[in-house]
Write a protein that binds this ligand. Sequence first.
Ligand code: HEC
Length: 108
Amino acid sequence: MKKIILVVSLTLIGFTSYSIAADADKGEKIFTANCTACHAKGMNHIAPGKSLSKEDLTANKRNSSAAIIALVTNGKSPMPAFGKLGAISASDIENVTAYVLKKADAGW
Ligand code: HEC
């Protein structure tokens, strides 16, 4: 009985982490295709104080998945509303967000 519970809970844990894990490697391709024009190497060529560095993301209260997903989905002119325009799917927005946060942690 204990063994069955263990197997069931391990399966659940495995499934849960798989289904919510955003893929930063996939996100890199999305970033290269859609974001580098303004954010090459994590910079912001249009609004310099709003780079993708950990410092700027923190100062601008965007150092979280939720905040970045909302921004990439809804945009903030001149940054396009990639999600609303249908340019990037919801799961790829999660992937590109994971990539941005990972690179910010690593200092780009
Ligand atoms: C046309 C230029 C442009 C493109 C393309 C663009 N952005 Fe931006 N991005 C901006 C501008 C301008 C801001 C500042 C918005 C504001 O006023 O808060 C910004 C802000 C951000 C921020 C918040 C930075 C901070 O420190 O507050 C993140 C995160 C971000 N962009 C991610 C992305 C991602 C991911 C993509 C690609 C899917 C992308 N951007 C594509 C121009 C762009």
